[in-house]
Each structure stands twice: as structure tokens, then as C-alpha cells.
Design a protein around this ligand. Structure first.
Ligand code: AMP
Ligand code: MG
Length: 492
């Protein structure tokens, strides 16, 4: 069956398009429509995000919306395009990359502010290189669920409005089917966009891009003596906060290439990510990452390395190298402070004391020594009673004396803490539900035979991950043995 773009444009009722990125001009992108997919169907719609954006409910369920979010119809007022960027991949300069399968429809003025609407998996673009421009159902569901899980955890991220599928075949290691994720974000600009114009000596465009980002997203940077150094510092600080949040919740991104780093400090490009099950600081979640470059415990340093690349790219706009280095320096203070703040909250401590650092470090050591389940430990710790046996937590450890010694330290620290407030803070900080690999995998297997209910159930749980959802307690349990044999690679 042939899939065709309808002549008449679709209308998104009540919302206007603005398309600021398209105003940058043709050096920054290629305008092109998405490539249609045959006989699309809904996989899942994110009603919560639709509500926040002010998308009309009946319309979001219509055939017109299905066609629009699959790329089979273009919206009136949208200006579909793919942007060009470059980047460092696994530590090496990779040259030009770009949106090889993503098409930005444009920017919608929504009730939740201006949001760019991007279709991922919408067909080949001038930047597809050897790729087919498509995304498979499996990876689209993972991205959809994980971006909403991150949002539910309060961690900055691109979001996902819906997934549509088609029986069109896509070749990966095996034959799979195509899907499209509709992603939203205030901007999808990456470090790699800056690297692209800097390394190709297009310094005028570099300045246009930096001014665009400052004026639209970092207006305070305009006030300083050197707006571009201020931008680098602001991005460093946001990135520090972001990575501290990842570390705190046990999230491993898996492909922290500079083209996968958002200039807004959002989590972007969900591929072989993983929420840790057993706590292993050296965990490498990307099966293609044979050197372990993007291991969980390397993320903070890699983020700094990536910021360094961004600083290098911005140098032509700065007065001196020292200026860039000074701006980057902020990462080294903000990251440890942010991480300590996150971990203190996980311990239920709302004030800071000098001994907290040791308490946090020894908790990490203890968890690593016994490879304790990270999320279950923190959630159970919410029920800790100073001086009591605390069996629910203690039972997680093989080395009970080591746990007892730590529990004594913790009990002492809690002596002047209101226990009710502590428990409350911990329940709001330590999620009951995270997107463990096996949970995603189960939903994906069902979706492959057209049962999408598992995706919707997970979406509901992950959007409110601190709530009890007692009927779904099994989703908060230990992973089954087979979970550790799941291999997730870059293939998507
Ligand atoms: P990623 O590792 O998914 O961040 O992708 C790295 C680069 O490869 C980006 O430029 C993507 O657009 C591109 N890419 C990944 N998969 C495909 C595909 N199936 N078709 C075209 N380009 C792709
Ligand atoms: Mg990418």
C-alpha cells in the first residue's frame, strides 16, 4: 500500500505555530516534509502532556492527529525541517551528523509555553548518511516511556507526546517494524550544533546560533560583559545539575556523545539507557560501548569533557581561552554541591552537616560492595527507624555488620531530625517505580503483538513514580534473573 501526504494540511485546533528555529535560515537546516508510513496506528498517547499543552482531547484521538504525528500529513503553519550538527562520538571527532531521522515540524505556542514538535523516525533526510531514517517500535517505546519517567522524577528532559506504529519493515539485527515518537522540547539544539559551525569555520553562523540561544533561552547572559562566556557558564551549571540528578536516581544515559547533549541541560536522545538494578558504579549499559567510556560512574567526568568541547567551539566568540576555562570551572563546584544536595534529600536530610559527606560516601560503598538494588534500597530506607533493627533494609545486604555500622552512623545523624518530615521527604525523593530494563522489555514484547496496554500502564506508573499504586506493586519489585542478560546496543 502506498502512503501519501495529503494535499490539505492538518490543523492543530486552538494552537498557533511560531517556528523560531526556522527563522535562523538555510545554513542551519534543510526544509523537507516527513516521509509517510503505510497504515499507521496509535501505540500510545500521552494524555497528561497533551493536557498540559492544551491539545484538544477529541482532536488528539482523531485520524488527522494520527496522520500528523506519523508524518503522513503536514500541519498548516508548520515548517518541517532537519537541522545540521556535528559532534564527538565516543571521544572522536565524527564530523557532520545532523538530524538523520528526526524532522522538526515547528514550534507550537502551547499552554505549557512554546514547544518544538519533532518526529523521530520520520524518514531519510540529507543527514541520514547510511541510515534509513526510521526508528523501530522497540526503541521508540523506550524513548517515550523513559522521557516521561524522567519528567515524573523531576529531571529535565525532552518529552514525548505519542508513539505511532506501522507494519512497514525496518531492518536492524533482525526485521522489525517502524514507529514514530513525537518529541517536544523548548529547543532541540545540542552542543554539536555549536561544534558544527565552529569546526567548519562558519563563525558568523556560530554567533547567530549563540545569540539565538541566549536571546530565547538564557536572556540573563546578555547582561554580563561577555554573553558567550556567561552562556558557557550557564550551560555548565545546568549540565552539572542534570548529571547530579542522573547519578542520584541511578540513571545511566549510555551514549553521552556531544551531539546527544542538550544546550538547555535536558536529557535527550534515549538509546541504550538504563536505570541501575543492582548498584554497580562501573555499570556500562550500552552493549556497543566496549571501552566503558559511558559507564555510570564516568558520567560526571564525561559531561565535563563534553562541556570542554562546547567551550572549544565557542572560543571564536570569546576574548581569550582563559575566559572559557573560567566559565567551565563552575561545573567543578556546582556538580558536587548538586550531587550532595540530591543525596542528602535521598537520606531525608533537609539541612546540611559536615558529616553528611562521609555518610553519603559510605552508603555508596556499602551498596557497591553487596551490589544492592539501588531503587529498592532508597525506597525502603524511607521506613528506617533510628536504633531499631530495620530488617527490611538490612536484609538487602550480605555484609550485615557493615550495614549495622552504617545504620549506627545514620541513626546518630537523625538524632535531631523530625522523623515524620524525614519520611515524607524520602517518599518524595526516592521513587518506587523506575523504568527498569525488564519492565520496558515486557511492554515491548506485548506491543510487538499489538497489545499496547503494558505501555500505557507503565506510562501511568512512571509519570507518578513516588506514589504507591498498590495494585501495581510487582512493578516495583526486584528484577527477574533474565533482566541482567538484556543487551541494549546503539541499534535503534
Ligand atoms: P544517535 O546515536 O541515535 O544519537 O544517532 C547518531 C547520529 O546517527 C545522528 O545523526 C542520527 O540522526 C543518526 N542516525 C541514527 N539512526 C539513524 C537512522 N536509522 N537513519 C538515519 N540516521 C540515523
Ligand atoms: Mg543522537
Amino acid at each position: 500500500m502506498n502512503a501519501v501526504i495529503h494535499d490539505s494540511p492538518a490543523v492543530v485546533p486552538g494552537l498557533a505555530w511560531n517556528n523560531r528555529f526556522a527563522g535562523l535560515g538555510p545554513d542551519f537546516f534543510t526544509e523537507l516534509p516527513p516521509t509517510p508510513l503505510p497504515s499507521p496506528y496509535w501505540v500510545s498517547r500521552n494524555q497528561a502532556l497533551a493536557g498540559e499543552m492544551g491539545l484538544a482531547q477529541p482532536w488528539f484521538e482523531s485520524q488527522e492527529a494520527l496522520a500528523l504525528f506519523t508524518g503522513n500529513r503536514v500541519a498548516q503553519g508548520a515548517r518541517p525541517l532537519s537541522s545540521v550538527y556535528s559532534g564527538h562520538q565516543f571521544g572522536q571527532w565524527a564530523g557532520q551528523l545532523g538530524d538523520g531521522r528526526a524532522i522538526l515540524l515547528g514550534e507550537l505556542q502551547t499552554a505549557a509555553g512554546a514547544q518544538e514538535i519533532q518526529l523521530k523516525g520520520a524518514g531519510v533526510t540529507p543527514y541520514s548518511r547510511m541510515g534509513d531514517g526510521r526508528a523501530v517500535l522497540r526503541s521508540s517505546i523506550r524513548e517515550y516511556l523513559c522521557s516521561e519517567a524522567m519528567h515524573g522524577l523531576g529531571i529535565p528532559t525532552t518529552r514525548a507526546l505519542c508513539v505511532t506504529g506501522s507494519d512497514a519493515k525496518v531492518r536492524r539485527e533482525e526485521i522489525e517494524t517502524a514507529a514514530v515518537v513525537t518529541r517536544t522540547a523548548p529547543s532541540f539544539i545540542r552542543f554539536g550544533h555549536f561544534e558544527h559551525f565552529s569546526y567548519s569555520d562558519q563563525h558568523e553562523q556560530l554567533k547567530v546560533l549563540a545569540d539565538f540561544v541566549i536571546d530565547n533561552f538564557y536572556p540573563a547572559c546578555r547582561e554580563g560583559a561577555q554573553p558567550y562566556a556567561s552562556l558557557l557558564q550557564a550551560v555548565s551549571e545546568r549540565t552539572a545539575d542534570l548529571v547530579a540528578a542522573w547519578q542520584g536516581v541511578g540513571f545511566c544515559h549510555g551514549v553521552m556523545n556531544t551531539d546527544n547533549m542538550s544546550i538547555l541541560g535536558l536529557t535527550i536522545d534515549y538509546g541504550p539507557f538504563q536505570f541501575l538494578d543492582a548498584f554497580d558504579p562501573g555499570q556500562v549499559c550500552n552493549h556497543s560501548d566496549t571501552q566503558g567510556r559511558y559507564a555510570y560512574n564516568k558520567q560526571p567526568n564525561i559531561a565535563y569533557w563534553n562541556l570542554f568541547c562546547l567551550g572549544q567551539a565557542l572560543l571564536p566568540l570569546m576574548d581569550s581561552q582563559e575566559q572559557a576555562l573560567a566559565a567551565l570551572e563552575s561545573y567543578k563546584t556546582v556538580f558536587p554541591q548538586a550531587l550532595e544536595g540530591r543525596m542528602r534529600a535521598k537520606l531525608g536530610l533537609s539541612d546540611a552537616r559536615p558529616e553528611d559527606k562521609t555518610l553519603i560516601e559510605s552508603a555508596f560503598k556499602l551498596l557497591a560492595a553487596d551490589k544492592v538494588d539501588y531503587s529498592i534500597f532508597w525506597r525502603r530506607l524511607g521506613g528506617f527507624v533510628p536504633g531499631a533493627a530495620n530488617e527490611a533494609v538490612r536484609d538487602l545486604f550480605l555484609d550485615r555488620p557493615a550495614f549495622d555500622a552504617w545504620a549506627l552512623q545514620y541513626s546518630e545523624r537523625l538524632a535531631h531530625v523530625d522523623q515524620g518530615l524525614r519520611a515524607d521527604l524520602m517518599l518524595k525523593t526516592n521513587p518506587k517505580y523506575v523504568l527498569r530494563n525488564h519492565l520496558g522489555e515486557q511492554a515491548i514484547q506485548a506491543a510487538k503483538v499489538m497489545d499496547f496496554s503494558g505501555v500505557d500502564t507503565l506510562l501511568t506508573l512512571l509519570q507518578a513514580p513516588f506514589d504507591e499504586h498498590t495494585a501495581h506493586g510487582s512493578f516495583a519489585g526486584f528484577p527477574p534473573d533474565w533482566a541482567s542478560s538484556i543487551e541494549i546496543s546503539c541499534s535503534s
